[in-house]
Design a protein around this ligand. Structure first.
Ligand SMILES: *Cc1c(COP(=O)(O)O)cnc(C)c1O
Length: 442
């Protein structure tokens, strides 16, 4: 499969280049040149298939031309070592729990998949040189990437995070791992971490000294595998005879997750329509209403993994519905609003939703999932059945959830195990010269 850039000014890339580079030369995002429709027989039998096999079919459509079949199957099975159940919350609203992975985040799947795909390409080429992944995190991405790459031979990961600015639960998920994961505690804020990573990629001397790559969330190997979730959710709903008028609702920040769902739809997944649920960062919501995309600085909310003021995957969504730029802005907007609607919620509404849902159903929503649940509660039409993504385990936001609901959310054993590990990190100033010296010594 060939990949083109959403900005249209970079050379076409193969999968390996798209994965290793992440971003195209013209700063655009890579898009597969073709979205293959899956055969009718696949959808006819999907309800009898298990998650891993469904995912392997989907993965073959994306990556089958570039990755040997057995290796791809192994990669998919290794990535999906856990379940993503669909849980009934009300008569017509179901929760797709994407938080049963190693760090209780839906980003685990993309991170692990990318790690194994990178490893596959390294082995193919018989590369001896260590590949170094640099990733800046404000919390969640670092833990998913660190755990996804943990123990993967030939790759070393440096996670840069702002000192004192990530929650203790998040911090322990990437500072206690050891092995091929190094946590770098930067005396600064998230933007300083990101600046250090960017400077490192641009520094010639450093790039001659060591092979550097990123594990950014816009990477095709990180976002496309999230499509697996939606095919599996459809299968589990169909199994129960509930898939005829399905509405999928995705709490969105950078719009990678919903973009993967939309790729699934383009591959033939029979979902009637989608809802993008936002917190107070309502840029996409406004775009749906007005046809104008006006990014602005993000505002802090309770659902902080969705605090994004300029969602990177917006360009991919536009591309998907503009026939490679053949359609005008208005025609594209029309196609998008025909399929996707939006919703936006303030922190006060999120709290209210969490309380009401818990009082009526005993289901504990986290602040991100709450946006998804409420968008369905507000937007479902008669005869429709809604599935929203519960994107984070409530224990990951324990202080907030306990406080809002007046309960004591149980911390899953997997999370507790991280908290018992010993924290190890390298202290770093926000000065690039220091970071460079450190890397040159590795
Ligand atoms: C990353 C994240 C989101 C947003 O997903 P996008 O793919 O960026 O839209 C939502 N909820 C949680 C808990 C997340 O970690």
């Amino acid at each position: 499969m060939q990949y083109y850039s959403t900005n249209g000014k970079a050379p076409i890339a193969n999968l390996e280049k798209a994965v290793v580079k992440g971003l195209a030369e013209d700063r655009g995002l890579y898009m597969p040149q073709e979205v293959k429709r899956l055969p009718k027989v696949f959808f006819d039998n999907i309800q009898d298939m298990k998650f891993q096999d469904i995912a392997y079919n989907v993965a073959s459509a994306f990556f089958g031309e570039d990755v040997d079949g057995d290796a791809l199957q192994d990669l998919v099975y290794d990535t999906l070592s856990f379940d993503c159940p669909v849980v009934k919350v009300t008569d017509n609203i179901y929760s797709l729990e994407l938080f049963h992975g190693p760090t209780l985040a839906f980003k685990d799947v993309g991170a692990r998949f990318m790690a194994r795909l990178l490893q596959y390409f390294i082995k193919q080429e018989g590369q001896q040189e260590l590949v170094n992944v640099l990733v800046a995190t404000s919390g969640d991405t670092g833990s998913a990437v660190a755990n996804g790459f943990l123990g993967v031979e030939g790759i070393h990961v440096y996670v840069l995070y702002p000192k004192g600015k990530v929650s203790p639960i998040q911090e322990c998920q990437f500072t206690t791992l050891g092995k091929n994961i190094t946590a770098v505690e930067v005396d600064g804020v998230f933007d300083d971490c990101q600046a250090l990573v960017k400077s490192a990629f641009m520094d010639e001397e450093l790039n001659q000294h060591m092979k550097l790559t990123s594990a950014n969330s816009i990477n095709v190997a990180r976002f496309l595998p999230q499509a697996f979730y939606y095919f599996n959710a459809y299968a589990r709903m169909k199994q129960q005879g509930l898939a005829d008028n399905l509405v999928m609702c995705v709490p969105s920040g950078n719009f990678g997750n919903i973009c993967a769902a939309l790729f699934g739809h383009a591959m033939g997944l029979p979902v009637k329509r989608f809802i993008a649920a936002n917190n107070a960062n309502d840029i996409f919501y406004k775009y749906l209403q007005t046809g104008k995309y006006e990014p602005k600085p993000s505002v802090q909310t309770l659902a902080n993994a969705m605090d994004v003021g300029d969602p990177s995957n917006f360009a991919r969504i536009i591309n998907l519905y503009s026939e490679n730029g053949q359609l005008t802005g208005e025609a594209t907007h029309h196609r998008i609003t025909n399929l996707i609607s939006g919703a936006t919620y303030t922190d006060e509404q999120i709290r209210q939703t969490m309380r009401q849902c818990f009082a009526e159903t005993k289901y504990v929503l986290d602040p991100h999932g709450a946006c998804g649940y409420q968008a369905l509660a507000d937007g479902l039409l008669p005869g429709e059945v809604g599935v929203f993504c519960e994107t984070a385990h409530p224990a990951k936001f324990k202080e907030k959830v306990d406080d809002i609901l007046g309960i004591d959310v149980k911390i899953p054993a997997r999370l507790r195990a991280f908290m018992e590990g010993e924290k190890q990190s390298v202290a770093m100033s926000k000065d690039f010269a220091d970071f460079k010296q450190y890397l040159l010594k590795q």
